[in-house]
Design a protein around this ligand. Sequence first.
Ligand SMILES: *[C@@H]1O[C@H](CO)[C@@H](O)[C@H](O)[C@H]1NC(C)=O
Ligand SMILES: *[C@@H]1O[C@H](CO)[C@@H](O)[C@H](O)[C@H]1NC(C)=O
Length: 256
Amino acid sequence: MAASDRFSVLAILPLLFLGQVFPQSIIQISPRNHRVSDEDSIYCDSWRFSVETNDAGFWSTIPKRCKNYVENYVTGDRYRSDSDFVAGDSITFARTVRMNGDGKDAWVFDIDETLLSNLPYYEAHGFGLEIFNESLFDEWVDLAEAPALPASLSLYKELQQLGFKIFLLTGRSEYQRNVTVENLLYSGFDNWERLFLRGPSDEHKPAIVYKSEKRSDLINEGYTIHGSSGDQWSDLMGFAVAHRSFKIPNPMYYIA
Ligand SMILES: *[C@@H]1O[C@H](CO)[C@@H](O)[C@H](O)[C@H]1NC(C)=O
Ligand SMILES: *[C@@H]1O[C@H](CO)[C@@H](O)[C@H](O)[C@H]1NC(C)=O
């Protein structure tokens, strides 16, 4: 074995170990380090603040001048750090919750860009610069290869240990149930209480209405929705909202 081979085997060992703990939890996208001018950096920081707070309201594609900024953000340490912060705030809250202890303590998770990362897809489609193409995205969903967002996987496991019942509420359609389950299991998520997908009667509802209705059903079944996690405001707002809602970063797209 050549010295360089030995070196690469050693370098890869920690990765193999992590892979055994959380299979597929590492987002395998190499960090971009585009040079971004000071003006663009300040402009795009403000743009990101505006979209993350929902001050911007509806938007369809990222500003052209922020392409490199968004690429650097989602492939770099900041996205991971921001996600870690949200998961940290979520778990801090979860530990203070006075549980009913009746098996009806609920936490609701969205799936895409919340539990699962579609970065490999968005990498091939300009990280939000292209207008969303549903048929191409559905082909990606069918592969069932989306990795877990590491911070959300840790949060998910810890909430289960605290006794929360986990509900998954996604804008994906009922016909995507099997690939969605396959992907969730492959990425390390299991033992959820129920997975809601859009049925035929939900197809044309705005996400905010469809998701509010499903949360309302849960409350009518006697559940207390203590917390809710999503990358879109439409995952979190509307009616029958959780006691606390946690917004996970997503500067690549907006769903009303
Ligand atoms: C989506 O992509 C496919 C394949 O490239 C293309 O044929 C189709 O026109 C696109 N749809 C939209 C709405 O852009
Ligand atoms: C989904 O999985 C269930 C149970 O494994 C199976 O009965 C059903 O045919 C599958 N549906 C599709 C569309 O593949």
